[in-house]
Design a protein around this ligand. Structure first.
Ligand code: NAP
Length: 496
């Protein structure tokens, strides 16, 4: 079915997509394929790519295998490696945007600061920083969970006289050659840039608050023959995806509290650690004191060997303050520094960024989510009609590709938007009881997982509610979102 999406320049858009990252691109492609072409994609930046545009730090790569970290409808036979580097991933998404005709829909330099629903007209109004508001019948928020750098509240942070920057805002103008460099943080980003920084710096100090479970990364370059096979045989491409799907899905078992697989993996990782870090004192700093998987399991084959270098130190004493010339720790030591890199992660609790979203009856999304974000399938929120979230609450993964989840969400959203257009609905609002039911199921299943365990992670609120992760295998999410159950939605046609 195709829809007539007449555009006379003054009428509201059928859809406004916020964000031109992986979610926004996927939504735009699928809407076009569903015959819905009357939409715009608003992005605050100056090019597409979201996280893959922002994270340009040395060593940036994806820790999900590339043949599954790509759209199902656009296989790439030319991935250079099992785990491709950031520039290649960004180039892949740029290729998709061109190939699937998304470019004319893109509007850059458009920072959405607010979104307000007018129930009478069945319209959202988006406020744009320094620009004219945009009206749309439906809105897809594709802001990502990991796009706003978190800066630690450390005394004296602004007093530092040397260069400092966040890993997601890497300052490529700063030459690290021969410098005394600190990394605050040792998470997923830091373990990728630390080995690269160590090659340049005269000395690197890693300030670590807690250890991570790190497994070796089975990375390698694909041979010309393999690429040729992927190019010529659909079956080879399909098998590559299925293999990754099955292996990663099996790994979900390791996230269950009472799991033999988890205990086996923990033992294997500790044995490997003993091999790669011979110094027992250093090894002790790298031995986690919480169950595997509670925080994201990290993949790296060169992080631990980097820590063995004589010009690299790990400091586990808490940072007391930052001074103009270095860092002072709680045990009274002082580390003179030229550069501080903040690998301190992202603000992960708001899901829709700093956008002030106002739904029916003046209801505010940040107040609705004050005690932990919830949405129906991570996509729709009761009281906020005609609004859809990609990569929303409880849709992050610890074991698989987020692109799979985004494709599920976009399929569901496109079906909802077709219904809204077809039946000319002013209001399409998920019923509170449906949303409560699906969230009860998620939180019940969550009790069986290690994410609830005794570690600090960005997966959960200060009160310990896991709001970021999906609680099961990805096939279960696909099943639940394969088509919307319209009975779960309150619908009101326009003019009634
Ligand atoms: P992160 O995993 O949240 O790590 C932040 C690091 O900073 C942790 O070591 C944390 O210590 C430390 N930290 C935070 N606040 C601190 C403070 N006040 N004082 C001292 N240390 C502090 O952030 P990230 O490394 O940027 O990664 C975030 C997420 O991005 C990942 O979990 C992953 O989902 C995604 N990512 C993915 C890839 C990929 O290859 N697919 C690569 C990079 C990132 P604690 O551990 O003690 O809290």
């Amino acid at each position: 079915m195709t829809f007539k999406c007449n555009r006379d320049g003054s009428s509201p858009w059928t859809v406004a997509i916020v964000g031109a990252g992986v979610s926004g691109i996927c939504a735009a492609i699928r809407l076009r394929q569903a015959g819905i072409t009357d939409f715009i994609v608003l992005d605050k930046g100056d090019r597409i790519g979201g996280t893959w545009r922002d994270n340009t730090y040395p060593g940036a790569a994806c820790d999900v295998r590339s043949h599954f970290y790509s759209f199902s409808f656009e296989p790439n036979p030319d991935w250079s490696r099992v785990y491709s580097p950031q520039p290649e991933i960004l180039a892949y998404f740029e290729h998709c945007v061109e190939k699937y005709g998304v470019t004319p829909h893109l509007r850059f330099g458009q920072e959405v600061t607010g979104a307000k629903f007018d129930e009478e007209r069945g319209l959202w109004t988006l406020d744009i920083a320094g620009g004219a508001p945009v009206e749309a019948r439906t809105v897809i928020l594709g802001c990502g969970q990991l796009n706003r750098p978190a800066w630690p509240a450390i005394e004296g942070r602004d007093s530092f006289a040397g260069a400092s920057f966040h890993s997601a805002r890497w300052d490529h103008e700063v030459d690290l050659k021969g410098k005394r460099v600190a990394s605050i943080g040792n998470g997923a980003s830091a373990i990728q840039y630390v080995p690269e920084v160590a090659k340049e710096a005269s000395h690197l100090t890693v300030f670590q608050r807690s250890a991570n479970w790190i497994v070796a990364r089975d990375d390698r370059a694909y041979t010309q023959e393999e690429k040729q096979r992927f190019r010529n045989t659909a079956l080879a491409r399909l098998w590559a995806r299925w293999k990754i799907y099955l292996v990663n899905e099996f790994d979900f078992l390791a996230f269950l509290k009472e799991s033999w697989l988890r205990r086996r993996r923990e033992k294997a990782i500790l044995a490997w650690l003993e091999e790669v870090i011979p110094d027992p004192e250093l090894r002790a700093t790298q031995t986690p004191d919480y169950p595997l998987g509670c925080k994201r399991i990290l993949l790296s084959s060169n992080y631990f060997p980097t820590l063995n270098r004589p010009d690299v130190d790990v400091v586990t004493s808490a940072i007391a303050r930052i001074r103009p010339d270095g860092i002072e720790t709680a045990d009274g030591r002082f580390f003179p520094l030229d550069v501080i890199i903040y690998g301190t992660g992202f603000e992960t609790m708001s899901f829709v960024g700093p956008i002030a979203v106002t739904g029916r009856g003046g209801r505010k999304l940040d107040e609705t989510w004050a005690r932990g974000a919830e949405a129906h399938h991570g996509i729709t929120v009761s009281g906020f009609p005609n609004l859809f979230v990609c990569y929303g609450p409880n849709t992050n993964l610890g074991h698989h590709s987020i692109i799979f989840m985004i494709e599920c969400q976009v399929r569901y959203i496109a079906a909802c938007i077709r219904e809204i257009v077809k039946r000319d609905l002013a209001v399409f609002d998920v019923r509170e009881e449906a949303m409560a039911r699906s969230n009860r199921q998620i939180q019940d299943a969550m009790k069986k997982t290690v994410w609830e365990g005794g570690c600090r992670s960005w997966y959960k609120t200060a009160e310990g509610k896991v709001t970021n992760n999906w609680s099961g295998p990805i096939v279960q999410y696909w099943w639940q979102t394969r088509r919307p159950d319209f009975a779960e939605y309150e619908e009101r046609p326009r003019g009634t």
